[in-house]
Design a protein around this ligand. Structure first.
Ligand code: NDP
Ligand code: MG
Length: 390
């Protein structure tokens, strides 16, 4: 039996992972499941999968979790430290599907144990790419992509030599506002930004798709994961979300990965890697689809892409500033304190401020420095939002 743990089990990726594992329970020994506020869901899944341990990120919910697990014999724990301790428990395969940079410490810890880390949490690579890759190398741990674009690229690269890769083209649906006139975006509401045309995902990544902050994070994720130069990475808007990404080779060939927009494909690929197994996803009928459309992204509409290009060139801790600034700006948008277009402005202000403190971005890429920088960027965003309000 394979020992598996799922971080962020109560979220969209976590529930899809549980769906796959739950179809073949005798193959898996579930070590830890973690969640946040959804205590009932966490306890229900922990009981169903007979997990050893369930952890909520919220310390003040430990009593609720204990109550929900009463009589099951399943251990309960709470808080950020408990999440990292759960990641230290030996497991063969660990799903990293917490949302935000909170996923970094447990992800690093799982790599230190030599586990195979299935990485949905792209923030891990955006904040601390070199540190994460080095930790995996040092502990002989495998990192597998779960983001659909990166899974697609990873699959297109099987058996290929990276020297023959000319470019990586990551596709983008364009999100909720792709057909909106630019002039309407400033007044876009949280509800409007929270509905994705093709994918069913958590609220935060759905809003990030509308602003293309999600694609911006994925540009950086691509650079870190595949070790290519920023100039080799392109973004292509593809409204149907059928082509998940493409790799262009030096002989002019382009390999595209296609499939229905269902995250259980990428999760299942990482779960079964290096094999392929049957997965419960819809099969493509291209004749029925009839046509697939592609066009270049409009950078005026999506300033997040320009900021990501700056971060890729700048390196160091600029990814941690970018990600934390984005997370905090998104909090303020969801709280209706700032408008949709203000998010990119505010993140840019944080990046400028970091640049003015030159030693900050170039400090060594350690977990402590990433966490401190993350904290600082959030504080700066709060200050900017307060100034704007006042
Ligand atoms: P969700 O918001 O649906 O789920 C997030 C999970 O993290 C939940 O289990 C949540 O708990 C938990 N959580 C929230 N805050 C914290 C915290 N501070 N500390 C620990 N745990 C926390 O997100 P998604 O599943 O959509 O996304 C998860 C990750 O996967 C993100 O990094 C996203 O970018 C990435 N991803 C997602 C895709 C998708 O299809 N959804 C596609 C590609 C990548 P609770 O809900 O109980 O509060
Ligand atoms: Mg993606």
């Amino acid at each position: 039996m394979r020992k598996v743990s799922i971080f962020g089990a109560t979220g969209s990726i976590g529930q899809n992972t549980i769906d796959l594992i739950g179809r073949d329970p005798s193959a898996y020994d579930v070590v830890a499941l973690t969640g946040g506020a959804k205590i009932e869901q966490l306890a229900k899944d922990a009981r169903r999968l007979n997990a050893d341990l369930a952890v909520t990120a919220h310390e003040d919910r430990l009593g609720d979790l204990r109550d929900a697990l009463a009589g099951s014999g399943i251990e309960a724990a709470a808080g950020q430290q408990a999440l990292t301790e759960a990641a230290a428990r030996p497991a063969d395969w660990v799903m990293s599907a917490i949302v935000g940079s909170a996923g970094l410490p447990p992800g690093l810890e799982a790599l230190k144990q030599g586990a195979t880390l299935a990485l949905a949490n792209k923030e891990t690579l955006v904040c601390a790419g070199a540190l994460v890759l080095e930790t995996a190398r040092k502990h002989d741990a495998k990192l597998l992509p779960v983001d659909s674009e990166h899974s697609a690229v990873f699959q297109a690269l099987v058996g290929e030599d990276m020297q023959a890769v000319e470019r990586i083209i990551i596709t983008a649906s364009g999100g909720a506002f792709r057909d909106w006139p630019l002039s309407d975006l400033a007044s876009a509401t949280v509800e409007q930004a929270s509905s994705h045309p093709n994918w069913n995902m958590g609220q935060r990544i759905t809003i990030d798709s509308a602003s293309m902050f999600n694609k911006a994070l994925e540009l950086i994720e691509t650079k870190e994961f595949f070790g290519v130069a920023p100039s080799q990475i392109e973004v292509l808007v593809h409204p149907e979300s059928i082509v998940h990404s493409l790799v262009g080779f030096t002989d002019g060939a382009v390999m595209a990965h296609m499939g229905a927009p269902d995250m259980r494909h990428a999760i299942g690929y990482a779960l079964n890697w290096p094999d392929r197994r049957d997965l419960p996803v819809d099969r493509l009928n291209l004749a029925k689809l009839g046509q697939l459309r592609f066009h270049d992204p409009d950078e005026a509409r999506y300033p997040a892409l320009r900021l990501a290009r700056h971060v890729m060139e700048r390196g160091g801790l600029s990814g941690a500033i970018f990600n934390a600034g984005k997370e905090r700006a998104l909090d303020h948008f969801i709280d209706r304190k700032i408008g949709f277009l203000e998010m990119a402005d505010i993140v840019e202000t944080a990046l400028d401020r970091a640049e003015a403190e030159s030693s900050l971005i170039d400090a060594p890429l350690t977990l402590d420095n990433v966490l401190q920088t993350d904290h600082l960027a959030r504080k700066w965003v709060d200050e900017t939002v307060a100034q704007r309000a006042g």
